[in-house]
Design a protein around this ligand. Structure first.
Ligand code: SAM
Length: 221
C-alpha cells in the first residue's frame, strides 16, 4: 500500500507532534530553496496544507518586510499540530489563521475558487495515497488565483551514490509499515503532475546528509 489514509495520518501526527521540528537537519535546506523560488513578495495570500507545527509559516511571516500584508491560512488534520501551530503563530495576530481540515476530503479546499496566490505543502504530498494526492492537487489548481503558484517540497529518490541508496532503503522500510512510520515515501512529484494542466516553473533536488528532497514550483495552465 502506497501512502496512508487521513485517519492514519491523524493518529500518527497527533502522537508525533513537536518531534516533527527535529527533522529540520535535512528539511531546512530544501524549504529555504523553496521559499527563495516561491516569489512570495508578489503574494498577498498563502494557503498551507499540512502545516504541522507552523514552523514554515513562522519563517515566511517573519522572513522579510514584504510579507507584512501576506495573509496566511494553515490547514492540518492533526489536533496536536493545530494546537502547536496556533501557539507558534499567535504573535502574527489575524494575519495567520489555522484550522483543522482534512485536505484529502472530496469537497476541496475551504477557500473560494481563485482565492489564494500560493498553495504550499512541505513534506505532506508524499505521505498521501495517490488518489487523495491527485484530488488535493486538483483542488489546489482551483484555489489558485490567476498567476498563482503551487509550492511544494517532498522527500524524493536520491539521484546518485549514497543519496540513492538512502532513499531506496527508506522506501523499502516505509513499505513494510507505512502507518507506523508516518507514510512518507520518496515521490517524484514533477512526474506525477499532469503536464496538460501544470507548468513546472522551478524544480531542483536538494540533498542534505544524503536525504533527498524535491523542490517544485508549478503553475496551473
Ligand atoms: C511530515 S508532516 C509535515 C508538517 C509541515 N508541513 C512541516 O514541513 O513541518 C505532515 C503533516 O501533514 C498533515 N496531514 C497529513 N495528512 C493530512 C490531511 N489529509 N489533511 C490535513 N493534514 C494532513 C499531518 O498531520 C502533518 O502535520
Amino acid at each position: 500500500m502506497v501512502g496512508i489514509s487521513p485517519s492514519e495520518a491523524k493518529r500518527f501526527y497527533d502522537g508525533f507532534g513537536a518531534r516533527q521540528d527535529a527533522q529540520g537537519w535535512y528539511e531546512h535546506p530544501a524549504i529555504r530553496d523553496l521559499l527563495d523560488h516561491a516569489a512570495l513578495a508578489d503574494a498577498r495570500s498563502l494557503l498551507e496544507v499540512g502545516c504541522g507545527t507552523g514552523r514554515v509559516a513562522a519563517e515566511i511571516l517573519t522572513r522579510d518586510e514584504t510579507a507584512n500584508d501576506l495573509r496566511y491560512l494553515g490547514l492540518d488534520i492533526s489536533e496536536t499540530m493545530i494546537g502547536l501551530a496556533r501557539e507558534r503563530l499567535v504573535r502574527f495576530g489575524p494575519r495567520a489563521q489555522v484550522f483543522r481540515v482534512d485536505v484529502a476530503a472530496t469537497d476541496g479546499l475551504p477557500v473560494a475558487d481563485g482565492g489564494v496566490d500560493r498553495v504550499l505543502a512541505t513534506y505532506v504530498l508524499e505521505l498521501m495515497r495517490p488518489d487523495d494526492r491527485d484530488r488535493l492537487v486538483d483542488a489546489a489548481a482551483k484555489a489558485l488565483a490567476p498567476g498563482g503558484l503551487l509550492c511544494v517540497v517532498n522527500l524524493t529518490e536520491g539521484e546518485r551514490g549514497v543519496a540513492r541508496l538512502v532513499s531506496g532503503a527508506w522506501r523499502r522500510l516505509v513499505d513494510l509499515s507505512p502507518a507506523r512510520l508516518g507514510g512518507c515515501r520518496p515521490l517524484r512529484l514533477a512526474e506525477a503532475l499532469p503536464r496538460d494542466r501544470w507548468e513546472v516553473v522551478y524544480r531542483r533536488v536538494v540533498a542534505a546528509f544524503a536525504v533527498s528532497s524535491e523542490v517544485l514550483v508549478a503553475r496551473p495552465r
